[in-house]
Design a protein around this ligand. Structure first.
Ligand code: F6P
Length: 537
């Protein structure tokens, strides 16, 4: 299967994307797909009709549709952990029956959603108070999926935030919790401990620090704590009243959990109605993913473009470039979503993968990235496929002129990546400046843009809660499709375990235990430096 793709990639390696536009004037519409007013344009890639047909055949041959249906129906597709994968149930607002082990999970999901909404209303209206009155600030303590999703969404939906201010603490580095709590009033702060397992050392350590901080001013600290977790035993042990514990099941993966209780901080900020709109956006993308034919199916197409660039053309990295400032944390969110899901080298059946799996995902909002790393994207020796995201309308109506500038920059970048600038044009530019001979040639060469660098653009009307829900679900399903085509389990994350274990075992060494030759020389040296406190300064 992969051989065919590699052959196609080799056969088209020297072809310029611009020639595809010359050959087919309708290419932009032929190689883009629309859903509810948003367009995914993949025409600025080297994909032609045959490549697309091959990729679509591969998706069918790897049973993407069957696996998708299995996922939505509650089958235990996370085989290494024996779990169903049902984050989609969290946004199944229709309440349509979803079974795990023969039991409908929807009554529980909708009940928890209703409890979250009631709590959010109480906090937002001031019926729920801290010792000092109405809650002004909410601190979400969590890491990975218990942080990145809500942190990303709260920022993205800033124009809709009319509740308490929300803050996020994730890093075990004391600087993070210290700097966040500094300046907050413990008497009007609600702390949310967000941890699926309720055992994650970073989160539990920060939660304890927050509890001590609060205890300096608040008599009943427990009353100003809430918990989001699937480990109800541990939340009870920790002393958080069951009325403020919002649970979820093991069929919600951490990096897929923003749709449920882990999204409570977002709901507190934007209100239950806008949070429901976010869920409805996700649900609409689910329906599209389930029903649209593959050639018009946005998650499938986004995945196929990813497969083409990575496994076909061999570009092992992918830049996500939102021209939408409020999506500033989307690249970080997608790093976990994509790299924790598909950063694997063993197939579901335990065999070694024969192709590279998930790419390195990174990015920053435009236009900031343009003044930082775009140099490499345009003229570096590596090709970095780029994924632009762009809203047709900003939220600041009085700043429409700035939005126009933003859009012009986004379109200019994808155009420049594709068309480039030839040596001849660069020579003409240098000649116009009065240069001649060797100096002209030398200067011209630095001004050449190779072009032919692929990009996609997702353009949507405006970043609303509903649209954000669609975008996040789109990327979730893209990861799923790529994972199925690679034959891996996108829903486990064994690769994070070893480091956790070693961090635990190294603590005694940092406290003074001598492991002698049992410890490698580098780690021993660095630990010794720490124990000595390092030199001054
Ligand atoms: O990094 C591993 C991981 O398990 C992530 O998958 C998860 O999102 C994060 O840790 C936090 O886990 P928890 O919500 O259980 O604290």
């Amino acid at each position: 299967m992969w051989a065919k793709l590699e052959t196609l990639a080799a056969a088209t390696a020297d072809r310029r994307i611009t020639t595809l536009f010359d050959e087919d004037p309708a290419r932009a519409t032929e190689f883009s797909a629309a859903f509810e007013g948003m367009i995914f344009d993949y025409s600025k890639t080297n994909i032609d009709v045959e490549t697309r047909r091959t990729l679509l055949d591969m998706a069918r041959a790897t049973h993407v549709a069957e696996r998708r249906d299995a996922m939505f129906s509650g089958a235990k597709i996370n085989e290494t952990e024996g779990r169903a994968v049902l984050h989609t149930a969290l946004r199944n607002l229709s309440g349509r029956r979803v079974e795990v082990d023969g039991e409908d999970v929807m009554p529980g999901v909708l009940d928890t959603l209703a409890r979250m909404e009631a709590f959010a209303e109480e906090v937002r209206t001031g019926r729920f108070t801290g010792q000092g009155g109405k809650i002004t600030d909410v601190v979400n303590i969590g890491i990975g999926g218990s942080d990145l999703g809500p942190a990303m969404a709260a920022l993205a939906l800033a124009p809709y935030c009319d509740g308490p201010r929300v803050h996020f603490v994730s890093n075990v580095d004391g600087a993070h919790v210290h700097d966040t709590l500094q300046g907050l009033n413990p008497e009007t702060t609600l702390v949310i401990v967000a941890s699926k397992t309720f055992t994650t050392i970073e989160t539990m350590t920060n939660a304890e620090t927050a509890r001590l901080w609060m205890a300096e001013a608040v008599t009943d600290t427990g009353a100003q704590f809430a918990a989001l977790s699937s480990n109800l035993e541990k939340t009870a042990e920790w002393g958080i009243d069951a009325s403020r514990v919002f649970g979820f099941e093991d069929w919600v993966g951490g990096r897929y959990s923003v749709w449920g209780p882990i999204g409570l901080s977002v709901m507190l900020a934007v209100g239950p109605q806008d949070f429901r709109a976010f869920l409805a956006g996700g649900e609409s993308m689910d329906q599209h993913f389930l029903t649209a034919k593959f050639s018009e199916n946005l998650p499938v197409l986004l995945a196929l473009v990813g497969i083409w660039h990575n496994q076909g053309q061999g570009h092992g990295t992918r830049a996500v470039l939102p021209y939408d400032q409020r999506l500033v944390r989307l690249p970080a969110y997608l790093q976990q979503l994509e790299m924790e899901s598909n950063g694997k080298s063993v197939a579901m059946d335990g065999s070694d993968l024969t192709v590279n799996a998930g790419p390195v995902v990174w990015g920053e909002p435009g236009t900031n990235g343009q003044h930082a790393f775009y140099q490499l994207i345009h003229q570096g020796t590596r090709v970095v496929p780029c994924e632009f995201l762009l809203a047709a309308r900003g939220q600041e109506e009085d700043l429409a002129h700035q939005h126009l500038l933003l859009v012009a920059n986004c379109l200019a970048q994808s155009q420049a990546l594709m068309t480039g600038r030839s040596l001849d044009t660069a020579r003409e530019m240098m000649a116009a400046k009065g240069l001649e001979g060797e100096e002209l040639e030398r200067q011209a060469r630095h001004r050449v843009f190779p072009g032919n660098r692929p990009s996609t653009t997702l353009i949507y009307p405006q970043l609303t809660p509903y649209r954000l829900g669609q975008i996040v679900a789109l990327y979730e399903h893209r990861v799923f499709v790529e994972g199925v085509m690679l034959g891996i389990n996108s829903y486990d994350q064994w690769g994070v375990e070893l480091g956790k274990e070693l961090a635990l075992s190294l603590q005694p060494v940092l406290e003074g235990e001598d492991r002698g030759a049992a410890l490698d020389g580098s780690t021993a040296m660095l630990a010794g430096y720490f124990r000595a406190g390092g030199p001054e300064g």
